[in-house]
Design a protein around this ligand. Structure first.
Ligand code: NOJ
Length: 754
């Protein structure tokens, strides 16, 4: 570098430093773009290849079609193999296994003019063949190493099956449990959602792609899909830019910062503009503010869907809108395929824009090593050795038991006492495998799941009599099985009843308008409770349920979501006390559907609830409080919190405040607790939520042991988007709360000074 250039760079760095320190001093923070270092060698190869390509071949790279192997959307196209041969498709999804991907890859590499390898994508959401808990369930573990480990196994199994790319993690914040897709995400909170998003991206993508044992992550659905009106899938989203930035975008930013190479657009409109044609989201924020270097794919036919949305008159206009907004790849819609070359020829879309899209896609194909060896992910021997390896099943069992949330445990009904002589195992989900893998279970085979009955027999069978009766179906009205179930129940010391939802009642296009147990399951539980025996309700479901009667009347309740391949073993581990439950709810459980949306970080309102005053914010027929708050979960031991204090009563921008609290295991068993730290900004230039999660630690303590936990807070942790839509921490008073759920009572006040 010559002296002049050096001085210029120095001056720029100096200005950047000054701006940054000014920003810190004034409490202003920016979402700094992720620093990206592109590989010169790869860039050179991309440019050389691009120079050889016709416009049709370029559009081919921007086209993603499904194979006929699996169906994950409303349309199928005949003739995708022919399109591969013509170089008109650059990526395929819903095609997997080393053998099948190898066959398709051969067509692309050997039979097309330029031999550009295909990219293979698939919805590997919570495991490929070894199935882990549904993401919402796994999020209840609040255990980042476990979550990363599960995504790592999923990424590895997918990679050895010929896949390069998973359409995960789904990082949509969701606050309406009617929306079936809450099952796929990390729940309601932007902070928890962000750390989980990062853990999942790291797990899927591994260290690098050198050993072909990792897949590209795809943060989806960008953005705000989780706020669909009334929880109805694909419905309209309308929210302030502030809520978008404060609540819905942070997990996407975290995924981008963790290195996610791809993003998927969402089906919904946002503020009148469908996400797939939304330049504000795709270019202004994602590329310009965040510096995202990867490529953006649409969701399934979402370019075409801009016509019924009513923002364009026809698909050609839709293609123009989306490519100009910043969409690089068209999933299944064939809009780019049909129209993009003409849009360029007619001068409606500059070819340079197309070139940039193709560059971003080819760069990744080079990065994956596909030009050196297009088959490196498709190795049948490696596939055989790797899929469902014993270590993967162990990882699944570990994360599964960590995902279980103990919601109630009256009179220490659980763990089951060693003197239990007989167990009645009842319910439509007790001897069931088909539902255990939940929705979006990729190549998972439910027959390989351990059912609850199998898990319980293996764990207790030698010492305890186990009698099973189904009782009823999940979603039918027939009660003829109740009699046999009650007969079994009457002869047992304890009743375990497994009830919940079908796997297909959550996930895509699976919204519900009620949140109770479907069919006659609750009636079955009521009859079992009426026997007077202890009743342990084992819930299996894909969303928060409203179960007020069960909450009041069951002896114990275990929320087990859909735990996947190792479900039965993991639940048996918890029932027996071999594992002490440590899960905490990542999403509020309402008392009834009329409370929805109900989440912990609501606003106070001008008339907060006051039992003595009529004119306050409340319902006439139900409390404001939920059945179970966010962050809630019991253990077989108990924990106490004390001595909450801060390193200073006030702190300034640029300083770090230490927050200390003593956690004690006050029970008689060893156990883990998720200690949570919340803040409330008492006065803001815009109103602030009553609480916001700002930190948590999952801590193991022996019975009787205590530990002082230290959290660190900076002004940036207190920042939010102000009236001018600038991300700023405002001086003033803040209450900090520490405890085992979002209702934590222990608090201390601190002041942030200018
Ligand atoms: C539609 C879903 O919304 C998305 O999550 C999924 O990745 C695609 N279909 C592909 O299956």
């Amino acid at each position: 570098m010559n002296a002049k250039k050096y001085l210029k760079l120095g001056a720029l760095l100096g200005i950047a430093y000054l701006l940054n320190s000014f920003a810190v001093q004034s409490g202003l923070f920016t979402d700094a773009p992720r620093p990206v270092k592109l590989n010169d060698r790869i860039e050179h190869k991309v440019d050389s290849l691009l120079a050889l390509m016709t416009i049709e071949e370029k559009v081919g790279q921007m086209t993603l079609f499904t194979s006929d192997w699996d169906v994950t959307g409303p349309t199928l196209r005949a003739g995708y193999k022919d399109d591969i041969k013509k170089g008109r498709v650059g990526a395929i999804f819903n095609a997997h296994t080393a053998a099948f991907t190898r066959d398709l890859q051969r067509i692309a590499v050997e039979e097309t003019r330029l031999g550009i390898p295909l990219l293979f994508g698939y919805d590997v959401i919570h495991g490929y063949k070894t199935i882990f808990p549904i993401p919402l369930g796994e999020s209840a573990s609040w255990d980042m190493p476990a979550i990363e480990a599960s995504a790592r196994v999923a990424g590895l199994e997918a990679a050895v099956s010929g896949l390069h790319w998973t359409f995960a993690p789904m990082v949509d914040i969701a606050r309406d449990p009617r929306w079936g897709r809450v099952a796929e995400g990390a729940g309601e909170d932007p902070y928890l959602g962000s750390v989980i998003a990062a853990a999942r991206v790291k797990g899927f993508q591994g260290k690098d792609f050198d050993n072909a044992d990792a897949v590209l992550a795809c943060a989806k659905h960008y953005a705000a899909y989780g706020a669909a009106q009334a929880g109805r899938d694909y419905h309209t989203v309308d929210m302030s830019e502030r809520v978008l930035r404060d609540v819905y975008l942070p997990p996407f930013k975290a995924a981008a910062d963790a290195g996610a190479w791809t993003f998927m657009t969402s089906f919904n409109e946002l503020d009148g503009v469908p996400a797939t044609g939304n330049k504000f989201l795709l270019t202004d924020i994602l590329r310009n503010e965040w510096g995202f270097p990867g490529f953006v794919v649409t969701d399934y036919t979402s370019i075409n869907e801009m016509v019924p949305h009513g923002i364009v008159a026809n698909e050609k206009d839709a293609g123009e809108l989306s490519v100009l907004a910043g969409v690089d790849m068209d999933m299944q819609g064939a809009v780019y395929y049909a129209h993009l070359a003409n849009l360029v020829k007619e001068g409606r879309v500059p070819e340079s824009i197309v070139d940039n899209c193709v560059r971003r896609i080819l760069r990744i194909k080079f990065m994956l090593g596909l030009f050196e060896n297009p088959y490196r992910f498709s190795d049948t021997d490696r596939e055989k050795r790797t899929i469902m390896a014993p270590a993967h099943l162990e990882t699944a069992r570990d994360v599964s038991r960590k995902s279980i949330v103990l919601l109630k445990n009256e009179k220490n009904t659980l763990p089951l006492s060693k003197s239990t002589k007989s167990i009645a195992l009842i319910g439509p989900l007790a001897d069931n495998k088909s539902e255990l893998i939940g929705s979006w279970s990729a190549a998972g085979d439910s027959k390989q799941c351990v059912s609850l009955l199998e898990g319980v027999r293996t764990r207790f069978g030698t010492t305890t009599k186990i009698n099973y009766a189904k009782g009823c179906d999940i979603n039918k009205s027939d009660k003829s099985g109740f009699k046999a179930a009650l007969a079994v129940a009457k002869s047992a010391d304890v009743i375990l009843v497994a009830v919940g939802e079908e796997a297909g009642m959550s996930g895509e296009a699976a919204s519900r308008s009620s949140l109770g147990l479907p069919g006659v399951q609750e009636d079955l539980v009521r009859d079992l409770v009426a026997t007077g025996k202890p009743v342990v309700v084992v819930l299996m479901n894909g969303r928060p349920l409203a179960i007020p009667w069960i909450a009041d009347n069951a002896s114990a309740i275990l929320e087990t979501w859909f735990l996947g391949t190792q479900a039965g073993n993991a639940i048996a581990d918890v029932l027996a006390g071999d594992y002490n439950p440590s899960g905490k709810l990542p999403m509020t459980f309402p008392r009834n559907v009329g409370q929805v949306p109900v989440f912990y970080s609501m606003k106070n309102t001008g008339r907060p609830f006051d039992a003595n005053s009529k004119y306050t914010s409340k319902y006439l027929d139900t409390p404001n409080t939920p059945q179970y708050p966010f962050g809630f979960g019991l253990s077989y031991t108990t924990f106490s919190y004390s001595g909450l204090k801060t390193s200073a009563s006030s702190f300034r921008y640029g300083e770090t405040l230490e927050v200390r609290v003593t956690l004690k295991n006050t029970g008689s068993r060893d156990g883990e607790e998720v200690a949570q730290l919340y803040v409330r900004d008492l006065v803001g230039s815009v109103t602030r939520p009553v609480r916001e999660l700002k930190g948590f630690q999952k801590v193991f303590l022996k019975a009787g042991e205590s530990k002082e936990l230290v959290f660190q807070l900076t002004a940036k942790d207190l920042a939010f988007y102000n009236q001018k839509m600038r991300f700023r921490a405002e001086a003033g008073d803040f209450d900090l709360f520490a405890g085992g759920d979002s209702d934590a009572k222990l608090s201390v006040r601190v002041q942030l000074l200018e």
